[in-house]
Design a protein around this ligand. Structure first.
Ligand code: DQA
Length: 145
């Protein structure tokens, strides 16, 4: 199977962005972690990051076919984007929602996720390890098919 790791706005700044909230792991570290964890599960892993909502939507559309599932950290678009929700609902691909921080323990505007209703599940609060947990969860989803 093939999995797309899709990271949204400001996640390119990981490592230097509010390290007290998001840790010191860089996006390159996260992507390496995903590639290695994916390989151990027998997955091909492709990684994309964009700060642009439309690019993320295009990536979700284009994932259908080449990929079997998506690990998505949509950043702040999680809390705002009906368009991303609709994109996920439109492609029949399992999506696991990931957040480095525990969004439910933060400001109330972060408690709402437009991704959650169309995701297989949500993993948050475990830092970069959440991406590995998400890949593990996708392995179970693929095994059930
Ligand atoms: C985030 C949480 C979001 O609320 C925030 O806007 C982000 C990062 C996380 O990974 O914890 O950009 O998705």
């Amino acid at each position: 199977p093939s999995v797309l790791i899709l990271n949204g706005p400001n996640l390119n700044l990981l490592g230097t962005r509010q390290p007290e909230v998001y840790g010191v792991t860089t996006l390159a570290d996260v992507e390496k972690l995903c590639t290695d964890a994916g390989a151990a599960l027998g997955f091909d892993v492709a990684c994309v990051q964009s700060n642009h909502e439309g690019v993320l939507i295009d990536q979700i559309h284009a994932a259908k076919g080449p990929h079997d599932g998506i690990v998505l950290n949509a950043g702040a678009f999680t809390h705002t984007s009906i368009a991303l929700m609709d994109a996920i609902a439109s492609v029949e691909l399992p999506v696991v929602e990931v957040h480095l921080s525990n969004i439910h323990a933060r400001e109330s505007f972060r408690h709402r996720s437009y991704i959650a209703p169309v995701a297989v599940g949500q993993i948050c609060g475990f830092g970069a390890r959440g991406y590995v947990l998400a890949l593990d969860a996708l392995a179970d989803v693929f095994a059930r098919k």
